[in-house]
Ligand binder design. Sequence first.
Ligand code: NAP
Length: 316
Amino acid sequence: MELSLSFNKKLDRDWDVVIIGSGPGGLSAALYASRGKLKTLVLEKNFTVGGNIALTSLIEDYPGIKEATGEEFAKLLKEHAESFGAVIATGEEVISVDFNSFPRLIKTRNAEYTAKAVIIATGADPRRLNVPGEEEFIGKGVSYCAVCDAPFFKDKNVIVVGGGNSALDEGLYLTKFARRVYIVHRRDQLRADKILQERAFANPKIEFIFNTVVKKIEGDSVVRRVLLFNNKTNEEKYFDIDAVFIYIGLVPNSSLFNVEKDERGYIITNERMETSVRGVYAVGDVRKSPLKQAITAAGEGAIAGYFAEKFVEGLG
Ligand code: NAP
């Protein structure tokens, strides 16, 4: 894939702004900061850019982009930020930051950087079900990424766990490959947007199993069955299945950062996207916010990029 494997040449140590993470929030911040003439570095731990959005099957709710795959969309964001001079370094996992020093110190596995302003755009990882068998069968039928793994389950029966936008979006995507997609949800009301609910209910390959949780995942070399528990009837039953795709929400990647957070670990900012530390901003899925979308992350990135520029300018 075209976005992969950029080996970084030796990069400068000192930057105006370092952005950690290259999802829509990080890349939009990079665009605004570099267009504002800040010397801008984006550090991305993966060898591909885009974060979770690059693994999304279909983007159809970003203004101006009627339809794109996540990978296509990420490529557009990357090229746009680079066109203003932002440097995007992939395979650069940040392992520590020091916000007590100024300029701020950021260490990756490979190098050390300083920045006058930092924008945290580290996103969030899929939440685990934490049931027996989940860990053991990752890559053998347990997956958190339909775009990556759906083709392995052509004409097979799969379960999607969850009732939010991700579960329905990716459940619909899975119907292109699987014979049958069972969406297992712990309640009988879905959290997903109405438009996705309508599509899922209308899809003949999708069947909903409500008021039910997965208690156990079993198999041999691959997943073979799950133990389902109906929390209305208290009935337990084994259900034969070839794969389990888990979409039960997100956990913010905020543990490295010593800034104010809410009880779930989401970073708290003011309206300028500034955290409790001056000149340190947070955007996108890692930030406490009422709506988590590519477009809101991009908007937050624009605000952070703009105010990071004002902050650096103010330093004289
Ligand atoms: P989400 O909206 O938080 O939904 C998580 C779902 O998983 C909920 O239905 C929840 O059930 C269920 N759940 C949570 N913990 C569970 C557990 N331990 N066992 C079983 N079920 C559990 O998460 P998401 O769907 O991953 O989406 C994350 C964010 O990205 C959301 O803000 C979403 O709107 C956004 N997003 C948007 C789009 C789009 O607009 N196209 C696409 C994907 C994601 P309850 O409903 O009972 O709480």
